[in-house]
Ligand binder design. Structure first.
Ligand code: AMP
Length: 397
């Protein structure tokens, strides 16, 4: 890959697209700094190699120009603390001050630009805006995996202005290599574990994975659409009536491709959607009226865990039940542990998507799986088989 280890960065002003789109509370305190921490290795490498760093990112979804709420100024104190140095700030990402600050930047110094999305041109992929940003650096580095699926000015269009000088940062490289390992070069048996609330939004993933995996495990709310497609009664469980046929087609495709498609045998049911609701276990296809499935049952846990432990490659996206309720988190906990156990036995495991990442963090298993993706949307689009403009733009140069 075209990465920063293979380029002489000495004396170069490196314009790095990072993903500093972090959650902030009402006092502008960062509540989860994962994305900033993830960008540090690249920033530190450039500085150690004798370059200077110009950081650009978006924050939130500003609708109409600059607003203090979405100013990247709020993350300066945290960034300075993490880097252990003073970081300069440009109040606007393309104005005369930004040009002045970037042109006088010395090796070892860092400049942070104001929110790119204060300009509508960013998301529109405007070439002229990208050209103005490009004036600020000698080398372009993309380390923003979270926005790699968007053809924005700073993530892909800008590459046109850095012929021979567009590189991947370490985060981007690790994300893409982990995904390629799973999607293109998986050791077999390859098991994908999908969960979460809905089938919709995961149809293309299911379709694409059915051409690649040996086992496809379906848990969470989406499993009941499959159970209904098989003729079961599912009470008040989540259902997408309009996708019953799609679920049926997926099962036919699985059979045709020799994929072992597993849906829950038993289910933990409740009579209302609450942590304290009375609960019991029943067969997934025999859920009584007035009850809903909120977690996978013990027999299912055993069977899913067995399949996972016998796998060499595992991809996990989506919880097995309503894991936000402690009383319905057992399935998700058990599956997270099974993936960690399989990893300890030598499997490669990739976990991605907001809720599964939250789950491995909550159960302290993040360092017991092979890779935790930082980019939910980008990861899912890659698994759907789509091109990631942030990646392909650099590969094409
Ligand atoms: P998604 O965004 O589609 O990945 O869905 C994640 C959400 O699915 C989480 O908030 C879970 O609480 C929810 N979920 C998982 N299993 C169920 C279920 N059986 N019934 C209702 N919601 C569920």
């Amino acid at each position: 890959m075209k990465n920063i280890d293979h380029y002489d960065l000495r004396g170069k002003r490196c314009l790095i697209r990072v993903d500093f789109n972090v959650p902030l509370d009402s006092d502008f305190t960062i509540t989860d700094d994962t994305r900033i921490r993830a960008a540090l290795p690249t920033i530190k490498k450039v500085l150690a190699a004798g370059g200077s760093v110009i950081l650009m990112s978006h924050l939130g979804r500003p609708k109409d120009g600059p607003v203090d709420k979405y100013s990247l100024r709020h993350i300066l104190p945290d960034l300075e603390k993490k880097l252990g140095l003073k970081v300069k700030f440009a109040n606007d990402c393309i104005d005369a001050q930004a040009i002045e600050l970037s042109s006088t930047l010395k090796p070892g110094e860092v400049l942070l630009l104001e929110n790119l999305r204060f300009y509508k041109e960013e998301e529109k992929g405007d070439e002229n805006f990208a050209k103005k940003l490009a004036l600020l650096g000698d080398v372009y580095i993309n380390d923003a995996f979270g926005t790699a699926h968007r053809a924005h000015a700073s993530t892909s269009i800008i590459v046109r202005f850095f012929p021979g000088a567009s590189l991947f940062g370490y985060l981007m490289q690790d994300e893409v290599m982990s995904l390629e390992k799973v999607v293109k070069h998986a050791d077999k048996p390859f098991t994908a574990v999908l969960g979460g609330a809905k089938v919709s939004g995961k149809i293309e993933i299911i379709n694409n994975l059915l051409d690649k995996v040996d086992n496809l495990i379906i848990g969470g709310g989406m499993a009941y659409t499959f159970a209904k497609a098989l003729g079961g009664t599912i009470g008040n469980s989540l259902i997408e009536e309009d996708l019953i046929e799609t679920a049926r087609e997926a099962m036919v495709k699985a059979k045709k491709n020799g994929v072992n498609l597993l849906i829950p045998i038993d289910t933990v049911i409740a009579n209302s959607f609450s942590n304290d609701a009375p609960k019991k276990t029943c067969k997934t296809n025999e859920i009584p009226d007035g009850w809903m499935g909120l977690d996978i049952g013990p027999e299912t846990i055993k069977s899913f865990a067995e399949t996972i432990k016998n796998s060499k490659t595992i991809l996990w996206n989506g919880p097995m039940g309503v894991f936000e309720f402690d009383n319905f988190a057992q399935g998700t906990i058990a599956i997270a542990h099974a993936i960690a156990d399989a990893t300890a036995l030598g499997a490669f495991s990739l976990v991605g998507g907001g809720d599964s990442v939250a789950a491995v963090n909550k159960y302290n298993l993040a360092d017991k799986v092979s890779y935790v993706s930082t980019g939910g949307g980008a990861m899912l689009e890659y698994i759907e088989g789509k091109d990631l403009p942030g990646v392909s733009a650099i590969l094409a140069t």
